[in-house]
Design a protein around this ligand. Structure first.
Ligand SMILES: [Zn+2]
Length: 145
């Protein structure tokens, strides 16, 4: 994984509150157990891939913040996994189509089902992350070295 400084720098570029960013980053890298054990509903779904469980958990955190329409926990989830993915794979940042295609296929989920069994997709958040990467490509290449 990229170091904390790099994670923090890019979440702040994405306009994510540092408290939310820290919570998400730490949760993904260290402590998912305590977070998920609190939620009974996850117990029946233990076969779920961990990154889908994370996404559901962060989406739920966003819904609890009723005063904000922006899904910042979800956005931080995508940004964290994308930075890790870029560091691991070393894809050229010049081919963002390929990067996002592989990223969405192998590393994360792009939607969840809500309590009414309706599909909630996060294409807007994924697109926003992509725009930030596109605008700051050189800087990111440097940060991932
Ligand atoms: Zn990580």
């Amino acid at each position: 994984m990229p170091n904390w400084e790099i994670h923090n720098k890019w979440t702040s570029k994405a306009g994510i509150d540092p408290l939310i960013a820290n919570f998400v980053d730490r949760n993904i890298d260290y402590g998912t157990e305590w977070a998920f054990n609190e939620n009974q509903q996850f117990d029946e779904e233990l076969d779920e891939p961990i990154s889908l469980r994370q996404l559901k958990f962060f989406y739920k955190k966003d819904l609890e913040k009723k005063y904000s329409n922006d899904l910042l926990y979800v956005k931080a989830y995508y940004l964290h996994h994308l930075l890790d993915f870029l560091k691991e794979t070393r894809f050229s940042l010049n081919d963002l189509d390929k990067i996002f295609f592989e990223f969405l296929k192998k590393k994360v989920f792009r939607e969840v089902l809500n309590e009414k069994n309706e599909k909630i997709t996060f294409d807007k958040q994924i697109q926003e992350i992509r725009v930030i990467i596109e605008k700051n490509k050189e800087e990111l290449i440097n940060d991932l070295k």
